[in-house]
Ligand binder design. Structure first.
Ligand code: IVH
Length: 712
């Protein structure tokens, strides 16, 4: 096997060995190129890729004869030696909440009216437009000229694709009009029309190159070409639907700004309409759905947005999506196929998740060979058996699901599936706990092996380095698996001692397959940069049950430091064991908007567990979490704890709360010594009295609006 040669230094290879390895490496690199550039689904880290590439070049440097017609180095447009520079978005590129049923849309409109406290006779206008199935792109125009184009990336940071965007036919290089602002970031979707997609695949096939699975992949793969000439030859199109950073806006409505975009020369979707009620939205949805097949490009739903920008500002955001918009998705696409096996995957918290291994089938343009079966009860409810013919569905980027069994096609031999009661990885008992609070049995069966279960330990490490956690360049799932298997990294803190141990080790990383001197150096450097890490990332990385990215941010914002968070959780835990559930720390934790008792319980459980305490101390000896930046720190209420009480007249309680949080304040449900400010409307009762007793500053709604800078 040529791959065994990888650990041998190039200098000592024979020419025959070098030839073998060169050919194998070439194939491997070409396959990675296809995954990265054409399918937009890389399977290795940039660092591991660079290491392969460097070794390939080192072989050619020593044996120049290898640089023949087959060499990757001689092929035009196929030498991606670097990747795109990163761009930080001034205004994050967020996502949209989804709705599926008519009821979801009625509820969306009602929710907005409730939040804004709009009486039924006050008009409320929405825009409705197709949701384009492509990839989003942010185009920054300064003095009317396109100066930067970036992909969405993780929403905070994307890739600089300026040279490529300049080759897209529909993207104007300059905006024309009297009212073009000095700065505007136009956001929209890059996509490929069906006819262009089909023609491109014919050309790809003729040239012996891989074909694209669907127009979305083709658009993504074409935009993310390092050689802009390749992008230029690909027929991409663009629709503008929104904006990020700006110096001024030409209009005060969504529809008005989009109309200005059109005047300035930007392509906008002709099917956008203004609607005035949920019924109106649904009529327009059905009209767009009826035209879907004839549009000539893929759409996957209809997007509704509140038209007034003033109302959009009041509505703000919930976690990663605007409260003022909704994506009404078209029903999921379905297909039937057969179940080859049922595998059990063991997750980070020990949950046993059954996965159906399927005979591969294309659903909505994507080949599907796995589908989640969720849990034991779901398998039993649907009675899915190995060998069954099942209906699977896939909606957008959601994991494919098994919706049901085609019973008429079940064979007489098919046996009911028996869910394992031991962990398939470590053999420990797998149990379904009873939740002490609800008295109900957990839906998940969990391995009781804890960190002695390798699957759990590995999954936790993968979580620790994942994108919203430590996000260490060059340390992805593959590397974690390898380091774990070799005993190099068993616990999170081991990551930070890796460089020192490697320096003392005889079998250094740089000699291993897939690693080169540069990639190891880069890996150690990126580990070093993460010794300082944002508090929310640190909290998320711990993998506390129920604490996802959003909850981690809430906790980081609320407590401000890790010590305060840990102390708060431990004190809250004392309250629980003494069965005095409402000690102040517990009240503080559960008063954070978005943190209920189940989450609070999981947090307390995490901190009281001795093993976690030990890991935390070891980890904190290596890394220092720093406080998250508060969005608006110059507000007079930033960092203060505010309590709203009584009835508010200019806004709903939810809006008041959201406004306070946007300004960097914490909102508490009850008045205590920690409260800084009480906003009291008419009919305020005991909370107002308590505030007076404690001598806490109390103001009315008008004064609050003045303080919040929203009084007009
Ligand atoms: S508005 C705050 N309008 O859908 C986000 N998005 O699921 C505002 N998309 O990342 C997005 N067509 O890539 C908007 N007409 C449309 C869209 C649209 C497609 C994409 C966009 C976004 C994703 C969110």
């Amino acid at each position: 096997m040529a791959t065994e040669l990888r650990t041998v230094e190039v200098a000592v290879l024979t020419s025959r060995e070098a030839k073998r390895e060169h050919a194998a490496l070439g194939e491997e690199i070409a396959a990675h190129d296809v995954r990265y550039y054409n399918e937009d689904a890389p399977s290795i880290s940039d660092a591991a890729y660079d290491a392969l590439r460097q070794r390939y070049e080192a072989l050619e440097a020593r044996f120049p004869a290898l640089r023949d017609g087959e060499s990757l180095s001689t092929k035009v447009g196929a030498k991606p030696s670097e990747r795109f520079p990163k761009v930080r978005h001034k205004v994050p590129m967020l996502s949209l909440a989804n709705g599926f049923s008519d009821d979801d849309i009625t509820e969306f409109v009602a929710r907005i009216r409730r939040f804004l406290d709009l009486p039924i006779d006050r008009a409320l206008t929405f825009t409705a437009e197709p949701k384009i199935d492509g990839l989003s792109c942010s185009l920054r125009y300064e003095a009317g000229c396109l100066v930067k184009a970036a992909t969405r990336g993780d929403g905070e940071e994307g890739e600089d694709v300026t040279a490529n965007a300049l080759t897209v036919a529909g993207i104007p290089h300059t905006l024309v009009g009297d009212d073009v602002p000095d700065v505007i970031e136009v956001r929209g979707e890059i996509y490929m029309r069906h006819a262009d997609f089909t023609a491109l695949n014919v050309r790809q096939q003729e040239a012996g190159k891989p074909v694209f699975a669907n127009p979305r992949n083709a658009a993504a793969g074409s935009l993310r070409q390092l050689d802009a000439k390749v992008t230029a030859a690909r027929p991409l199109a663009f629709f503008a639907y929104g904006w990020g950073d700006y110096s001024a806006l030409p209009e005060q409505t969504q529809s008005g700004v989009i109309a200005a975009f059109r005047r300035w020369g930007l392509p906008v979707n002709p099917l956008m309409e203004c609607c005035h009620s949920a019924e109106d939205l649904l009529v327009h949805y059905r009209a767009i759905e009826a035209q879907r097949a004839d549009l000539g490009y893929d759409i996957d739903g209809v997007v509704y947005k509140v038209d007034s920008l003033a109302l959009q500002r009041r509505l703000g955001f919930v976690s990663r999506s605007p409260r003022w918009a909704l994506a009404h998705k078209f029903p999921a696409e379905r297909a039937t196929t057969s179940v080859l096996a049922i595998d059990i995957q063991v997750g980070r918290t020990g949950t046993l998740t059954p996965v159906a291994k399927l005979k591969p089938v294309t659903v909505g343009g994507v080949v599907v060979s796995n589908a989640t079966l969720h849990n034991e009860d779901e398998i039993a409810r649907k009675d899915v058996r190995v060998g069954d013919t099942v209906v699977i569905q896939r909606a957008g980027d959601v994991i494919p699901q098994v919706t049901g069994v085609v019973l008429e096609r079940r064979s007489a031999e098919a046996q009911a599936y028996v869910f394992p009661t031991v962990c398939p990885v470590c053999g420990a008992h797998a149990v379904r706990e009873i939740n002490p609070r609800t008295g109900r049995q957990d839906v998940a069966r969990r391995c009781t092996g804890g960190l002695t279960c390798e699957a759990q330990a590995v999954e936790r490490l993968k979580h620790f380095v994942s994108r919203n956690a430590f996000d260490i360049d060059g340390l992805g799932e593959k590397q974690i698996e390898l380091f774990f298997a070799e005993g190099l990294v068993r616990r999170p803190q081991d990551i930070f001692t890796l460089a020192v141990r490697d320096a003392q080790s005889a079998s250094k990383l740089k000699f291993r397959e897939g690693f080169g001197e540069t990639s190891v150096r880069n890996l150690f450097a990126s580990i070093e940069t993460r010794r300082q890490v944002a508090l929310n990332r640190f909290i998320f990385a711990l993998g506390i049950r129920h604490v996802g990215d959003t909850t981690a941010k809430l906790l980081a914002r609320h407590y401000g430091s890790f010590d305060a968070f840990r102390a708060g959780a431990l004190t809250a835990g004392q309250g629980i064991s003494a069965e005095a559930l409402n000690n102040e720390a517990w009240a503080e934790l559960t008063a954070i908007d978005g943190i209920g008792e189940v989450v609070a319980d999981a947090i307390v459980q995490f901190f009281v567990e001795p093993h976690n305490a030990e890991t935390l101390d070891a980890l904190l000896a290596e890394v220092t979490p720093f406080a998250m930046e508060v969005a608006v720190s110059d507000s007079p209420v930033a960092g203060k704890t505010v309590v709203f009480t009584g009835s508010l007249e200019r806004m709903s309680r939810d809006e008041a709360k959201a406004m306070a949080e946007r300004l960097g304040a914490k909102v508490a449900g009850s008045v205590s010594a920690k409260t800084d400010l009480v906003v009291a409307g008419p009919k305020a009762g005991s909370k107002l009295e308590r505030a007076k007793e404690l001598g806490i500053e109390t103001i009315d709604e008008e004064a609050w609006l003045v303080l919040a800078g929203a009084s007009s």
